[in-house]
Ligand binder design. Structure first.
Ligand code: NAG
Length: 574
């Protein structure tokens, strides 16, 4: 009998010792996962193994993790706390705001771990937070709880100086980080984590689902949540469904946002993608057509051209800085020449010609059109002459880490739209709108170019999907990708990707997604996520361009209207 009494006393002590609550509060979960619900690690002394088993991604803009805990029923308990990180170069030593050893307070309290990136590397750093507490049989036997995080760190370009904040609270900060492919917030692994965590939460009956509001901050966070991972392929379809929902919601709200801007009044029929009632205009591909007819008037004698240095080279393609002096001009001018090597094939030469002169005969300030072509002697490779833009290729310019404030990003976007508006009004489709096919000068004047040599100079941007056709997969609209359908709306989609490139300083879109997976992933509703420091207004314009149904995308003229309004709005404050 007395033995039984002692047993009960011990049992009571044990029970009391085992009572702990440890969780992340809903506001903090929202920052990480985009939903408002508490994430319980230990509830009333019971360990949530599901929650502990999953790695929560900490997006770049979140640097403080907050946990809440409490020893229950008035019994305190000792703890040991430590934080381990995998990469000291990318992440500074984490800072706890409580001591590493102590007693778990009996009132509900918060503690934090600060994760500060060094800015030296763009990478993800594994972080494990280890808490040891006596929860089982005795004070001396400790239970180890390991909470896992993956912190996304961005390399910060030191060439950037200031930032501007609009007086209305719109952040128009300088794009200060060159994000690498690891932070293309597009993959689904984290979504899987998120779903499993939600499932774990459900088992604990602690989900308090707030009604989803289409608010922009939440949207940004949701996108960040689906950061980094390489586990896209293994997700079952029902889990991908979650991404569809969020993608769909995004485009809906941005759509209404964009349509709220005044509609263009004098849209030409050529530039509107659809006009109910009137017949669809027939667009053509400027690459087609009789090359020799187009060459008439472009041929210049080879002595007029003097190649200086190679500016860019691929396996067979070459871009030269050159001097060009037409017979009737007293002085040579600086030009850019696209050509191929002596060892290039016939096919490579003829593709260079047809693509290099695809914009011949067109004249617009935002288009770079060929001014001449050297096609003699016939056995040498053709040389195609273009006016020179002082800063050269836009993609390389961006990757060189140039400062672009929001106003400048908008200006670049608008200039490309003007080129597209002009092309579409001539019933031409570009079909390869991307920063690699633009040039830029010192005054940030941008011109859309042909796509000659782009496959060779930017091999990472083009892929064959088993059909021998090397296409810019990650810039293509869904219908172009799956059915090879091209319309002005497909150029609009690519323009959205271009704007994303400008915002991320020339990052690779969907960096971690296998090109073969792209169409499946897009069909599920997944899209590129909001780049850091990308104002919501710009991101909405992008996501609107990536609406699955071509007819629901904005027209080029609507986008011009929208960005012009936004630019005026910025001018008022900056
Ligand atoms: C640690 O930070 C949390 C959250 O800011 C705060 O509530 C708490 O009081 C801090 N703890 C200490 C010991 O400073």
């Amino acid at each position: 009998m007395w033995l039984y009494g002692i047993f009960i006393v011990i049992a009571m002590v044990e029970r009391c010792l085992s009572k702990l609550d440890l969780y992340v509060d809903s506001d903090d979960v929202k920052q990480l996962l985009g939903v408002s619900s508490q994430l319980w690690y230990v509830h009333n002394g019971t360990v949530n193994k599901y929650a502990l088993g999953y790695v929560v991604v900490v997006p770049p803009q979140v640097d403080t993790l907050t946990f809440r805990w409490q020893a229950l029923e008035g019994w305190t308990m000792p703890y040991n706390l430590s934080v381990q990180i995998a990469n000291r170069e990318a992440l500074s030593v984490p800072v706890l705001n409580i001591s590493e050893q102590g007693l778990v307070p009996t009132q509900l309290s918060a503690w934090t771990v600060r994760l500060i990136c060094t800015g030296k590397l763009t990478t993800q750093v594994d972080v494990s937070i280890t808490l040891e507490v006596p929860m089982t049989t005795s004070l001396s036997e400790l239970t180890t709880l390991t909470i896992l995080r993956k912190k996304i760190c961005l390399r910060v370009c030191r060439c950037f100086a200031d930032s501007e904040i609009g007086a209305n609270g719109i952040s128009v900060e300088v794009v200060e980080a060159r994000h690498s492919t690891t932070v293309v917030y597009i993959t689904l692994g984290c979504l899987a984590v998120f779903l499993v965590v939600v499932a774990a939460l459900a088992t604990f009956n602690h989900i308090r689902n707030n009604k989803a509001r289409p608010n922009t901050r939440r949207r940004a966070l949701e996108n960040n949540r689906s950061s980094v991972s390489g586990r896209t392929q293994n997700l079952p379809n029902n889990q991908r469904g979650g991404a569809v929902a969020s993608g769909g919601k995004n485009s809906q709200s941005s759509l209404s946002e964009l349509r709220r801007s005044p509609q263009p009044t004098n849209t030409t029929t050529a530039t509107t993608t659809t006009t109910t009632g009137s017949p669809e205009p027939q667009y053509t591909d400027p690459r087609q057509g009789d090359v020799s007819a187009k060459l008439t008037g472009l041929r210049v004698p080879h002595e007029t051209l003097q190649l200086l240095e190679i500016e860019q080279e691929g396996t067979f393609g070459r871009v030269y800085h050159a001097l060009y002096q037409p017979p009737d001009k007293p002085h040579p001018t600086s030009v850019t020449v696209k050509t191929v090597t002596e060892s290039s094939s016939e096919v490579q030469r003829s593709v260079l010609l047809s693509e290099g002169i695809m914009l011949a005969g067109l004249a617009h300030d935002q288009l770079l059109t060929v001014i001449g072509a050297v096609v003699t002697p016939p056995e040498s490779p053709p040389r195609i002459i273009f006016p020179r833009s002082s800063q050269g290729n836009l993609k390389r310019f961006l990757q060189g880490c140039h400062t672009l404030v929001t106003k400048e990003v908008v200006s670049v976007g608008l200039q490309v739209l003007q080129a597209l508006s002009y092309l579409h009004s001539r019933l031409l489709l570009h079909k390869d709108v991307a920063t690699r096919n633009c040039v830029v000068d010192d005054n940030l004047a941008v011109k859309l170019t042909d796509c000659a040599l782009a496959r060779d100079l930017y091999p990472a941007d083009y892929h064959c999907l088993g059909d021998n056709e090397n296409r810019p997969i990650k810039w293509l609209a869904l219908e172009s990708l799956t059915h090879k359908v091209f319309t002005p709306a497909a150029d609009v989609w690519s323009w959205g990707v271009l704007l994303w490139e400008v915002m991320t300083l020339g990052q690779q879109p969907y960096g971690e997604i296998d090109p073969f997976e792209i169409s499946a992933v897009l069909r599920q509703g997944v899209r590129l996520a909001q780049p850091i420091n990308c104002p919501d207004e710009l991101f909405q314009a992008m996501t609107f361009c990536w609406t699955a149904a071509p007819r629901e995308r904005p027209s080029v003229d609507e986008l011009i209207m929208y960005l012009t309004n936004f630019q005026q709005h910025l001018d008022r404050y900056v």
